[in-house]
Design a protein around this ligand. Structure first.
Ligand code: C2O
Length: 344
């Protein structure tokens, strides 16, 4: 059976998975009784998520304005900056149990729920930001770390006066440091770039002989946590988290720890690119080895999550409604994929 939406009033203590200790923060969302089944609104015009390295000054201004307003919402508002960050903590650090499965934790990582969960998370985050600046066309940026032109922290995140700034980042990895998708520790930027492209080719093409190799292993009602990540989650996704996390903090905060990752606005930009990898893999890559790119198992398609939408209404969503990004109303700016030619 599919995993059911978590029960909000049973949300409890969360664990710091880097240390195994109980966290002293409460990352549970506000509890309300009224939940509705979310229906995707009709798509009039696709929103286009831009590459974070290519956005205009006007875009940066609007994005910061939206994040700033999110930070100013009352703390208890489920759309506020911290509440939004805590969604990640609640779904990833053991605050929820799987409904009907005793104390078995619910954990959306390291499984086939990785892509769908984060897609819905960004979807509502983006709509909330759009609402806060009265711009329903607002689209989140993506960190284009798979392209040499995007392999540093996007400059707009590195402005200490900006709302999207976060000081809890590894100071050694601020621009112009080149992201190290292989966690090699290599300091030669040219070698790192070329290694990154090789890794992208392996994650996106060479290493995948089945749909779950890319998406992650089955995770159904009763499955213990962490059945196994897909290639992209395990590789570039995790590497970027670790690479940005701040070694001066007790356990890799912000981006380097599940519970705190959502406190860095860069998180949503990083996950924009992870999500983009999913769409590329589904619709735009050569398909010789894995002709079928969508998981059709009903246990996958009927998995449910809860989110608060842009009107602070609690909604229940299903995986099947998120398998097409275009049906959700957005797409990604087209950027070339140099790693396609990086067969070792
Ligand atoms: Cu939910 Cu990048 O992790």
């Amino acid at each position: 059976n599919p995993i059911q939406a978590p029960v909000l009033d049973k949300c409890g203590a969360a664990t710091n998975l880097n240390t195994g200790k109980q966290l002293d923060i409460n990352c549970c969302p506000p509890v309300v009784q009224n939940v509705i089944d979310y229906k995707l609104p009709p798509v009039r015009r696709l929103k286009l998520r831009p590459s974070a390295h290519r956005v205009s000054a006007e875009y940066i201004f609007k994005y910061n304005l939206a994040i700033d307003r999110m930070k100013r919402l009352p703390k208890e508002d489920p759309r506020s900056f911290m509440q939004q960050a805590n969604i990640h903590c609640a779904y990833c650090n053991g605050a929820y149990d799987q409904p009907g499965q005793g104390t078995l934790d619910l954990q959306v990582h390291n499984s086939w729920l990785f892509f769908p969960f984060h897609r819905w998370y960004l979807y509502f985050y983006e709509r909330i930001l759009g609402k806060l600046i009265n711009d329903p066309t607002f689209a989140l940026p993506f960190w284009n770390w798979d392209n040499p032109k995007g392999m540093t922290i996007p400059p707009m995140f590195n402005d200490p006066t900006a709302a999207i700034f976060d000081e809890k980042r590894n100071q050694a990895n601020l621009p112009p440091a080149v992201v190290d998708l292989g966690m090699t520790g290599n300091k030669d930027p040219l070698q790192v770039v070329s290694n990154n492209l090789t890794i992208m080719y392996a994650e996106m093409i060479r290493g995948n002989s089945s749909v779950t190799d890319f998406m992650g292993k089955p995770y159904r009602e009763g499955t213990p946590v962490n059945p196994g990540p897909g290639a992209s989650e395990r590789g570039s996704h995790t590497a970027v988290h670790v690479w940005v996390g701040d070694p001066r903090q007790p356990s890799g905060e912000d981006l380097g720890n599940f519970y705190s990752a959502g406190r860095d606005p860069l998180f949503y930009c990083h996950h924009g690119n992870c999500d983009r990898m999913w769409t590329l893999w589904q619709y735009h890559l050569p398909s010789a080895k894995v002709p079928d790119r969508t998981i059709t198992d009903p246990d996958y398609l009927n998995t449910q999550f809860l989110f608060y939408d842009e009107n602070a209404q609690l909604v229940r969503v299903t995986v099947k409604d998120c398998v097409s990004n275009r049906a959700m109303g957005y797409d990604y700016e087209r950027i070339d994929l140099p790693w396609l030619d990086y067969r070792p």
